[in-house]
Design a binder for this molecule. Structure first.
Ligand code: GCB
Length: 614
């Protein structure tokens, strides 16, 4: 059984690899990224795979009947993952996947069946598929994401469990697969938990199910499992990183080739790893010219192709520097919800619509709130020249005192970083959104920032804070949160004109910052029902929202340490907290585009601001 436990750093391995690195390159300049013992295979787009997407058989199981015999408080021998069929007419088996409902994967269940709209609980998924064994290959069952807790069974045997709704997980199933028909059963439970990440309360729909694609990936026994390839953040003459080979402890010859730069290096692994450093002078990735280079990584029996951009990112005082030059991040926050449709994003086309809207708005930056978005979203944004703020769902009042909650948050953070570490577009890892400042929260979040500095010291760390101190009669707002010490960039959520103040009052506010660090206004906005018109004083009208934007833009222009903005939010999104039936109708209406894709007045206000801004 494979268990998805937070990995432990293999210190011995690390020491050996560092020693090897020094021998190879005779250099003391530290490697940018530290070696990762990742749980997931890198870059599945480049792999031979069979899709397990499509219609799955499902059983809705609010009482967890298919799991426990509640009468005796035992795991039931008749549990659904056994997929039992009656052997004779007198046999009693009170479930049958094959005559039950069906749901499409990828997809949330809430928007596929009316009766599941508010459902939070367990659904059992079943998918049968045919398989032909090939010698000397390994098979990896890969889930791009399922919300929230999944238990996976193949041919009646448990493969393992996974917690967290937005990160990929995998199981090696070479020995569990049989020739011919195989039966995959997944128990997915989206019940919110106090100790979970996120916790009980949040302002988005708790879409349940196998929300992203499932694949059966075939790799050679000895394969390229993971790699990191990035420009040295301090010295742009070098591309550096590491390659991890799995399935062998023997030394393996690895070649890295960047054809366009006419570079080819041959390396040899030790204990499955090799570090490298290549002297180059690539064109740098920028929002205006999001240049990506084809990279081939190969061994005698395996090959992976990627497209990678090279850039540097750093801060200097209150400025953010991309490739050494100051950049103002013209952004927008985005939830992973389908445009012109209901529920979660399930296709590349949907990603492209959202990203195209951001481009039309004049953005060079997006905040992928409040959890890791799907990998396609990240890759397509990178191709379009959109810088990315990526975030884990450490949201509001998570159980900061709880050890397993921290482990869970750390695992989600590691898996997000592991998946997206080769994306030049990702410049900010965010550890939290709107968390109440106290000792346990500070300790928890510091631990996450420490983890990032250990595994990816090249990117900037941020968190969206709403703990600013209001002074005087509200005319001064001071950034004093202790977390400011640990992040590189301070995100501030401020809703002047909506949750406090009136449109018109915001431009008078003076902001102060205890830290000589850049600030991003990570949320600002107001709700409006598209098509509802009135005066700038009437809530819910497009004019009110527009006035809030105008006033906040004036306020932001007066903040000298402001380095970017990601107003809340691109599109209206589902939230069960939004009860005003005639206005909200279960939508958070702070979108500057409606759920039908119609732009509100505020879209044009923000667009004009971004167009005017260098
Ligand atoms: C916030 C949260 C965001 C909410 C938003 C709102 O501060 O970060 O998740 O959706 O406010 O609309 O209230």
């Amino acid at each position: 059984m494979i268990k998805h436990m937070p990995f432990k750093n293999n210190t011995v391995l690390k020491v050996a690899c560092v020693a090897l690195y020094l021998i190879f390159f005779n250099s003391s300049s530290a490697q940018n990224q530290s070696i990762q013992d990742s749980r997931i295979i890198q870059n599945i787009d480049s792999r031979e795979k069979m899709s397990l997407d499509g219609l799955w058989q499902v059983i809705i199981d609010p009482l967890e009947n298919g799991y426990y015999n509640h009468q005796y408080d035992l795991r039931d021998k008749k549990a659904f993952y056994k997929n039992k069929k009656p052997k004779s007419p007198s046999d009693l088996i009170e479930y049958d996947f094959d005559s039950d409902y069906q749901l499409t994967v990828p997809g949330d269940w809430n928007t596929q069946m009316e009766k599941l709209y508010y459902y939070e609980g367990t659904i059992w998924y079943k998918r049968a598929f045919n398989y032909k064994k090939e010698n000397s290959s390994k098979d990896i069952l890969y889930f791009e994401a399922a919300n929230y807790h999944s238990i996976v069974y193949l041919n009646g045997k448990k493969l393992g469990e996974h917690e967290g709704g937005f990160t990929p997980f995998q199981f090696e199933v070479t020995d569990q697969l049989v020739e011919g028909e195989n039966v995959l059963i997944v128990k997915v439970d989206n019940q919110r938990k106090k100790e979970g990440i996120p916790t009980l309360n949040m302002d988005w729909w708790n879409y349940g199910g196998i929300t992203r694609s499932v694949h059966l990936i075939k790799v050679p026994e000895q394969h390229i499992a993971d790699y990191s390839i990035q420009l040295n953040n301090k010295n742009t003459e070098f591309i550096e990183g590491w390659v991890k080979i799995e399935g062998s402890t023997e030394s393996t010859e690895v070649t890295i080739e960047i054809p366009e730069l006419k570079k080819k290096v041959n390396l040899t692994t030790a204990n499955g790893y090799v570090n490298f450093k290549i002297k180059v002078s690539p064109k740098l990735w920028t929002p205006d010219n999001p240049k990506l280079y084809k990279i081939n990584i190969s061994t005698a029996i395996d090959q992976v192709e990627d497209e990678i951009g090279f850039r540097t990112i750093e801060t200097k005082g209150s400025k953010i520097l991309l490739n050494g030059s100051e950049i103002f991040l013209k952004g927008i926050s985005i939830h992973e919800e389908a445009p012109y449709d209901l529920g979660r994003v399930t296709s590349k086309e949907q990603c492209l619509i959202l990203l195209q809207w951001a481009k039309e708005l004049g953005c060079n930056f997006i905040r992928l709130a409040h959890y890791p978005h799907n990998e396609t979203m990240v890759k397509e944004a990178e191709k379009m020249g959109l810088l990315i703020w990526a975030e884990v769902p450490v949201y509001w009042s998570v159980a900061f005192d709880n050890v397993s909650t921290l482990e869970n948050a750390t695992t989600q953070l590691e898996d997000m970083i592991s998946r997206d570490k080769n994306r030049a577009a990702v410049i900010l890892w965010s550890v939290a959104n709107e968390t109440k400042e106290d000792e346990s929260r500070n300790k928890f979040l510091k631990s996450l920032t420490d983890k990032i500095r250990e595994i990816d010291p090249t990117r900037l760390i941020t968190a969206a804070l709403n703990s600013q101190t209001i002074k005087g009669n509200g005319e001064i707002i001071a950034i004093e949160d202790q977390l400011g010490q640990y992040v590189d960039v301070i995100g501030i959520n401020s809703y002047c004109g909506w949750y406090g103040g009136t449109p018109g009052s915001c431009k008078k506010i003076k902001w102060t910052n205890n830290y000589d660090k850049p600030m991003i206004m990570s949320e600002v906005g107001a709700g409006a029902l598209q098509g509802l018109h009135g005066t700038a004083k009437e809530r819910w009208t497009e004019e009110y929202q527009e006035a809030v934007y105008k006033d906040n833009i004036e306020m932001m222009e007066g903040i000298e340490f402001l380095s970017g903005t990601t107003p809340w939010i691109l599109k209206d999104f589902r939230s069960p907290r939004r009860h005003l039936r005639r206005i909200q109708n279960d939508y958070n209406r702070k979108g500057i585009i409606s759920e039908q894709g119609i732009k509100k007045l505020a879209f044009y206000t923000l667009q004009a601001y971004y167009m005017s801004k260098k």
